[in-house]
Design a protein around this ligand. Structure first.
Ligand code: GMT
Length: 374
């Protein structure tokens, strides 16, 4: 198939999923055309089946905000027409699904039919999408998509609860490349960070409010009192400065390292003993899956779709959002030398359920189904 993939090209989970999906489809022999405003972060190599079309956003003194959605729709029209695409797969409803609808209508005028698949990722539904300033367009463009998928059962349910949806939504969970995300031998790295054999806790996120990074610091502060530990904070975002200040105020700054955005996050995960995800909202929790694939148990909140991934008492623990006391107890239980190897092994077993080789055929089947019925 010739497939156009539209996504946000940055470090965000939806962009990562879209890029990895495109790369895997290209390996299977499909021709993949990425349509975005910047080269996706993980698309930095040449492959005969991968193409990248940059959206030109023309500025003009009259525009306080350049109309990205129009530039995107125009680019979609041209790529579909000239590259003879079979399908458009847009990741994240806003504004990709509505831009795709516009492109579809323009192409229809020229006698070209292009089926559109929309994948919902979470914040496009639970945070931004339900805001009254976007809700009517989100509802409309989901209903007008030829096929809709959500990355978890919880997100599917939330979409029906928050919007007036008249179409089916199929759950296709996120996936992991187990060739890339696996525990690597990085003992020298572990020794440098934990010279006295301390336990190593890791958090990765975009440091936004929904991630509740403060709970990460608070849990670490309490754990460190009982079990000597270190904390690695990967990623960057609005709450980072506040968290650095909190660590200084709590007197734990020497035990916490803020690493910023990292491309090779699997190297850090390879030496971790526990991954912390106390989020307030999380449709799936891709970062936790990456940790589990590297044999790292997960201590998480029970937000959104996380419990569909992290199995309470098996691959880690699932606690109520904001319950730092229970999170601390559970973290200590996982880190206990008698328990840790079991949790690590079970985290890897669980990650295997989401192996890309198992999920990719689900997308291919969904594309065929959408093309046939549209
Ligand atoms: O978590 C974020 O803030 C980024 C966001 C995105 O759209 O990139 O992530 C969402 O999509 C990921 C990929 O499907 C999911 O793994 C994340 O759970 C989801 N985030 C939220 O629902 C908050």
């Amino acid at each position: 198939m010739k497939i156009g993939i539209v996504c946000y090209p940055t470090f965000g989970g939806s962009g990562v999923v879209a890029t990895e999906l495109g790369k895997a489809l290209a390996k299977e022999g499909h021709q993949i055309h990425f349509i975005t405003y910047r080269q996706p972060t993980r698309l930095d190599f040449f492959s005969e089946n991968l193409f990248y079309h940059e959206v030109d956003i023309k500025s003009y003194p009259l525009f306080e905000h350049a109309p990205y959605e129009l530039a995107l729709a125009s680019k979609m029209v041209n790529v579909v027409k000239y590259e003879k695409l079979d399908l458009l797969h847009v990741h994240y409803a806003i504004p990709h699904a509505s831009a795709a609808y516009m492109a579809k209508q323009i192409l229809k005028e020229e006698g070209i039919h292009i089926p559109v698949v929309t994948t919902l990722h979470g914040t496009d539904i639970t945070l931004v999408g339900k805001d009254p300033s976007y809700e009517p367009v989100v509802t409309f463009s989901i209903n007008k998509s030829d096929g809709v998928t959500a990355v978890s059962e919880d997100l599917r349910k939330a979409t029906f609860e928050l919007f007036d949806i008249k179409t089916e939504i199929e759950v296709i969970p996120n996936f992991i490349d187990l060739e890339r995300f696996k525990r690597q031998k990085k003992e020298h790295f572990k020794l440098a960070i934990c010279p006295l054999g301390e336990k190593l806790l890791v958090h990765t996120s975009n440091f936004r409010k929904v991630k509740r990074v403060e709970d990460v610091v608070k849990v670490f502060y309490e754990v460190n009192k009982v079990t000597p530990s270190k904390l690695l904070m990967v990623g960057d975002g609005p709450d980072r400065d506040k968290m650095e200040r909190l660590c200084r105020d709590l007197g734990i700054y020497d035990d916490v390292r803020f690493l910023g955005k990292l491309e090779a996050v699997e190297e850090v995960l390879s030496v971790a003993d526990l991954f912390l995800m106390p989020s307030e909202k999380e449709s799936f929790g891709l970062a936790a899956l990456e940790a589990m694939a590297c044999e790292v148990p997960v201590l998480s909140s029970n937000a959104g779709g996380i419990p569909e991934l992290n199995i309470d008492g098996v691959t880690g623990f699932v606690c109520n959002i904001g319950d730092v006391t229970t999170m601390t107890q559970k973290a200590l239980e996982i880190l206990d030398d008698a328990n840790l190897p079991g949790f690590k092994a079970r985290a890897l077993e669980r990650a295997k359920v989401f192996d890309i080789t198992k999920i990719l055929p689900q997308y291919e089947a969904f594309y065929h189904k959408t093309i046939e019925r549209s």
